[in-house]
Design a protein around this ligand. Structure first.
Ligand code: SAM
Length: 257
């Protein structure tokens, strides 16, 4: 769960952060700080909640299953992250864990599992994926926690797809232009994009036909090889971040005070 980033552990908390506040630790967080990192009262911990920036806090009390931190000063103000959604057909457990973790590290703002004709995995373990999201966000020094929604049939998701959001559909055969070309030609808003990757068996022809009728969709190719579903998702998000996302910004100062 929690990670250390050089100087201190970094934790996501679902509580307001402000100087002088006291923040409660969950049983898992207390266990980790006390028994894994062997921290005691007075030790520093960095906190973020997705809204109030990142804060330096200090352990006030710590027991096996509970504890509290006193919030001191802000280390980094909250930053806005790109509004990039990833629509993906759920795949088997270990590879899905990896897909979710990498999507968080790469800055995806919303994870949208979709059920397609050939999707084999129909359910997600919400608790497991929330832990995955939190752990990855803590580790990569991300300032927000992406949202993960319940799986829905792909055609339902597309039927109420928000106006103004573009959708890049990763398609390994026909239909598609190289992703770099589509991103270079992109004159629309860099914000509000989504990427869709299919299941291991690919999209059915009927699905591809349905996608083709939608004006907000562009088919993109990720090269001549057939990628596994998680490789395709990670690659497409990487290309988008490099061309239109926050990889174009300078990295923040890593102030270790
Ligand atoms: N239908 C394929 C087959 O069985 O030959 C395989 C599907 S592939 C394992 C899973 C998904 O990854 C595809 O539905 C597509 O969205 C994406 N994908 C894989 N390789 C790709 C490529 N070269 N270009 C674009 N998308 C790709």
């Amino acid at each position: 769960m929690t990670v250390t980033t050089g100087v201190r552990a970094r934790l996501y908390v679902d509580q307001a952060l402000d100087a002088g506040r006291s923040v409660d630790l969950s049983a898992n967080q207390s266990h980790y700080l006390k028994h894994v990192l062997r921290l005691g009262p007075g030790a520093e911990v960095a906190l973020f909640n997705g809204k109030d920036g990142e804060w330096r806090a200090r352990i006030e009390t710590i027991r096996r299953n509970a504890g509290s931190l006193g919030v001191e000063t802000q280390i980094r103000p909250q930053i806005t992250e790109p509004d990039l959604w990833l629509l993906f057909a759920p795949i088997k457990r270990a590879r899905l864990d990896m897909l979710v973790q990498k999507a968080v590290e790469l800055g995806v703002s919303r994870l949208v599992p979709v059920l397609t004709e050939r999707t084999e995995v129909k359910r997600l373990n919400a608790d497991r994926h929330r832990s995955n999201l939190i752990e990855a966000a803590e580790q990569c020094e991300r300032m927000t926690l992406p949202e993960i929604v319940e799986p829905r049939p792909i055609l339902d998701v597309l039927s109420d797809f928000p106006t103004g959001r573009r959708l890049l559909v990763c398609a390994e055969r026909g239909h598609a232009a190289p992703i770099n070309q589509i991103l270079e030609d992109d004159t629309g808003e860099a914000d509000r994009c989504a990427i869709l990757c299919g299941p291991e068996g690919g999209f059915a022809e009927t699905e591809l036909d349905a996608f083709q009728k939608l004006s907000f969709i562009r088919f993109v190719s990720l090269g001549p090889r057939i990628l596994r579903a998680e490789t395709a998702a990670i690659s497409a998000v990487t290309c988008w971040q490099a061309a239109l996302g926050d990889w174009r910004r300078r990295p923040p100062d890593r102030d270790s005070t």
